[in-house]
Design a protein around this ligand. Structure first.
Ligand code: ARG
Length: 468
């Protein structure tokens, strides 16, 4: 007796290689729980619509309970000959309950079945990922909170630019990941629609009640076009796009952690449990976790490109190409879930070295802009103030000193205001006062600025949004 669910039409069996090539059970068995949920809802609806009997429904429910248990116990025998998760479960159901098992597939196709399974799977995983993003946000917030006024050099072009606070820097990532959370929540709206009822592509002749199945499975609405329902995977592509952007943020953060842990920076230390040593160099402690996260970002981008490419040439409606959507999707979910789980814990455990951060900030004339701003407040146009301060920086470079180390007389000499047509006596102690790191920070006191007061406010607002 032939095994394949559709084999009566065929006159010769498939070769082993073609079976293996076309089968998906060894990866799509991961959808089993969602396949069962979908089947139970479908059967309930069929029974209520009078398409199958109450006895059939009860048998199907009993059989599915057994199958669930077998899968949980690792006792279920997945068969390559049965191609995919759907046919494996249906065949086993029929083995257990007989006739009623064969009625389950009434008014349904694997095409709408698989589309439903993936949506149920992705809804579940998206919710899990949203929870994990919230955990990462909470970690960033905790670190920002503890260090809201710790100074560090803000960079542009990786050159010291202006002082910022560590809290401000962490809150920048908070903003990025909060938008990632929004993107995931938004994507969920388009995931959570029921395609079941589209059958193979055109709908079905049975008196199905899609609203009822929708309600049973907790979808927000039913899809509106049967051809579209079975053929598009844009919701999965959107999920991969949101995941790619999220991983891009993870990768930027990773890059900074790696730099900051280098002895050249020595800004932070990551807990030992997130680092590894070297098999040859005994002194090494490498930031492997952020390095891997930076690397794994590439594979998530790859999956996005893979799915876009998978979809682009497909005519309506379902094509077997779509079976290739699963492995990239599963790997994206696993990569994102693991990365977020680890990062939430690692960020929280990061040790900051405030003295090194301060020293690094003192090295690059980080308050030069403050000096220029102070000259503007004394009446110089900004361009002239910029020019004068640039000279002062050059003076300090030649004398190997910081701007804040200048005396009033030295500052006057260095700025050389008369050469630009201004009075030399504009230079006084008030100009030196603006050169302190704390003064520079405190002066940027507006929404979105780095003053400790504003960072405190940003943290408090974020706590309210996170409901912490
Ligand atoms: N395993 C298939 C998939 O993943 C299920 C749908 C197959 N339908 C079909 N007519 N061959 O897409």
């Amino acid at each position: 007796k032939k095994q394949e669910a559709w084999s009566a039409r065929f006159s010769e069996p498939m070769s082993e290689l073609v079976k293996r090539y076309t089968a998906s059970v060894f990866f799509d068995k991961r959808l089993a729980e969602f396949d069962i949920q979908g089947s139970l809802a479908h059967a309930t609806m069929l029974c209520e619509a009078g398409v199958i009997t109450q006895a059939d429904l009860q048998a199907i429910e009993k059989g599915m309970a057994t199958i669930r248990q077998e899968i949980a116990d690792g006792q279920f025998t997945w068969q390559l000959d049965l191609e995919d998760v759907h046919l494996n479960i249906e065949r086993r159901l029929t083995e257990i309950i007989g006739e009623a098992g064969k009625r389950l597939h009434t008014g349904r196709s694997r095409n709408d079945q698989v589309a439903t399974d993936i949506r149920l799977f992705l809804r579940f995983e998206t919710d899990r990922i949203c929870g994990l993003i919230r955990e990462l946000l909470a970690s960033l917030l905790a670190v920002a909170d503890r260090n809201h006024d710790v100074v560090l050099p803000g960079f542009t072009h990786l050159q010291v630019a202006q002082p910022v606070t560590f809290g401000h820097h962490m809150m920048a990532y908070f903003e990025m990941f909060e938008r990632d959370l929004e993107r995931m929540q938004d994507c969920r709206k388009r995931i959570n629609r029921l395609p079941l009822g589209a059958a193979a592509l055109a709908g079905t002749t049975f008196p199905i009640n899609r609203q009822r199945t929708c309600e049973l499975l907790g979808f927000d609405s039913v899809t509106r076009n049967s051809l579209d329902s079975v053929s598009d995977r844009d919701f999965a592509i959107e999920f991969c796009a949101a995941s790619s952007i999220l991983m891009m943020h993870v990768s930027r953060l990773s890059e900074e952690l790696i730099l900051w842990m280098s002895p050249r920076y020595a800004f932070i230390d990551l807990p030992d449990r997130f680092c590894t040593g070297s098999s040859i160099m005994p002194q090494k402690k490498n930031p492997d976790v952020p390095e891997l996260a930076r690397g794994k970002t590439g594979r998530v981008y790859g999956h996005l490109t893979g799915l876009l490419t998978l979809m682009k040439g497909q005519p309506l409606a379902y094509n077997k190409d779509n079976q290739e959507d699963k492995e990239p999707l599963f790997d994206t979910v696993d990569t994102v879930v693991d990365t977020l789980t680890i990062f939430a814990e690692m960020i929280e455990g990061m040790k900051i070295k405030p003295e090194n951060l301060r020293q690094a900030t003192l090295q690059g004339y980080a308050t030069a802009t403050d000096l220029a701003d102070a000259l503007v407040k004394k009446g110089l146009p900004f361009r002239d103030a910029h020019e004068a301060v640039a000279r002062a920086v050059r003076y300090c470079d030649q004398h190997v000193m910081g701007l804040e180390q200048l005396s009033v007389a030295q500052l006057a000499e260095a700025l050389n205001l008369p050469e630009l047509g201004y009075q030399a006596d504009l230079v006084d102690q008030s100009l030196l006062d603006v050169l302190s790191l704390e003064g520079s920070l405190a002066a940027r006191d507006h929404i979105g600025g780095t003053s400790p007061r504003q960072v405190r406010y940003a943290i408090d607002q974020a706590k309210i949004r996170l409901q912490m």
